[in-house]
Design a protein around this ligand. Structure first.
Ligand code: C2E
Ligand code: MG
Ligand code: MG
Ligand code: MG
Length: 275
């Protein structure tokens, strides 16, 4: 639309705004297509016991390579999916695919799937989870849902009710991004949790800054006191791993012990037939 702009007269558009809005619209359009045509994929990252080095779980992480846009990071498109409501369809698809893969691999360790608050507050949430477990004949304790308080959608009571519902099914619940400021201490007591994941930002200074180290050590002690297993995210170096091993009582998930990988690549490492 045209608008008046100073003494030079008519400005036809705001060039900066327009470029941004167009890029955003393009992303939305491409993402909608990717979801409906099921061209997204899922990569899996190992979670490893710090004491024994054994596999204790996998996290499913959605991946998108668009023919026009190239590789788009979840950090970019998940927020768009949440703003537009597409996260519900995207999230159901990832949940289904990750459970299918878990049932196929039969690793005997839980498959962790991220769940957006938008999915969680839907009336059919518990039914969706029950349905997916049934469809793939996956034992409930082999599914772990990672929840976060990134968004507060105004109905914590309903969210808590749905979490209690899936917990009754036997599904495990994990509090993601703990310590990032997005997940509150209060949730540790209020929610039926089976695990806490320390946000990777906490780990950055752990090997050279005594204060960062104290924070991580204190959070691990807190979790131990509450009998909650901890997964420490973002372990990138052997030094970080050694430091955590000295404290014990945690699992790690990070580039040092294994990047998120396509199913075939991971299956090869795990010694299973590639699929
Ligand atoms: P998250 O759930 O906290 O997942 C962990 C993120 O940390 C992943 O980023 C993973 O690739 C990255 N990461 C793991 N180890 C390391 C490390 O050692 N160093 C560094 N720098 N990063 C590491 P990714 O895959 O880009 O996902 C980003 C976020 O997007 C996730 O954070 C999660 O919040 C969201 N997300 C990803 N997949 C899904 C999904 O299927 N559904 C929903 N709702 N959210 C998802
Ligand atoms: Mg996660
Ligand atoms: Mg996390
Ligand atoms: Mg995180």
């Amino acid at each position: 639309a045209m608008k008046r702009s100073g003494k030079n007269g008519v400005q036809f558009y705001d060039p900066a705004m327009n470029a941004e809005a167009q890029a955003r619209l393009r992303l939305e359009t491409r993402l909608r297509l990717a979801i409906s045509e099921e061209t997204l994929s899922v990569h899996y990252q190992p979670q490893v016991d710090v004491a024994t080095g054994t596999l204790v779980g996998l996290e499913a992480l959605v991946r998108w390579i668009d023919v026009e846009l190239g590789v788009v990071s979840p950090a970019e498109f998940i927020p768009v999916a949440e703003d537009t409501g597409m996260i519900v369809a995207l999230g159901s698809w990832v949940l289904d695919e990750a459970c299918r893969q878990a049932a196929e691999w039969q690793l005997g360790v839980p498959m962790a799937v991220n769940v957006s608050p938008h999915q969680l507050i839907r009336a059919d949430f518990v039914d969706v989870v029950r349905g997916v477990l049934r469809r793939h004949a996956l034992a409930p304790h082999l599914l772990k849902l990672e929840i976060t308080e990134r968004l507060s959608l105004g109905d914590p009571g309903r969210a808590a009710q749905h979490l209690a519902g899936v917990e009754r099914l036997g599904v495990r619940l994990s509090l993601d991004d703990f310590g990032s400021g997005q997940s509150a201490l209060a949730s540790l007591m209020a929610l039926p949790l089976h695990e806490v994941k320390l946000d990777r930002t906490l780990l950055a200074g752990v090997t050279d800054d005594p204060q960062s180290w104290q924070v991580v050590a204190a959070l691990l002690a807190l979790a131990r006191g509450l009998n909650l297993p901890v997964v420490v995210e973002g372990v990138e170096t052997g030094a970080q791993l050694d430091a955590l091993r000295a404290l014990g009582y945690c699992s790690v998930q990070g580039y040092f012990t294994g990047r998120p990988q396509a199913p075939a690549a991971l299956a090869a490492i795990l010694g299973h037939a590639a699929s």
